[in-house]
Ligand binder design. Structure first.
Ligand SMILES: [Zn+2]
Ligand SMILES: [Zn+2]
Length: 66
């Protein structure tokens, strides 16, 4: 079978879906949903996007969030 050409692989942490509208959000320096006009926090330690507004620690690495 033919080998699949490798697409530009995004890091896993950059594939995020908005919890409000289920649309994939743009994750750059600051994650932002264009549909809801909502921005999300980000873990300073591992770069994971924090979806829960009230989260006090990173769900990915467990470090406390500021
Ligand atoms: Zn959204
Ligand atoms: Zn983290």
């Amino acid at each position: 079978m033919p080998a699949k050409p490798k697409k530009d692989e995004k890091p896993v942490i950059c594939r995020c879906v908005c919890p409000y509208c289920d649309v994939e959000i743009i994750v750059e320096d600051s994650p932002f949903c264009n549909v809801c006009k909502v921005s999300f926090g980000r873990c300073a330690s591992c770069g994971a996007v924090i979806m829960e507004e009230k989260a006090v620690k990173c769900p990915s690495c467990g470090k406390p969030l500021k």
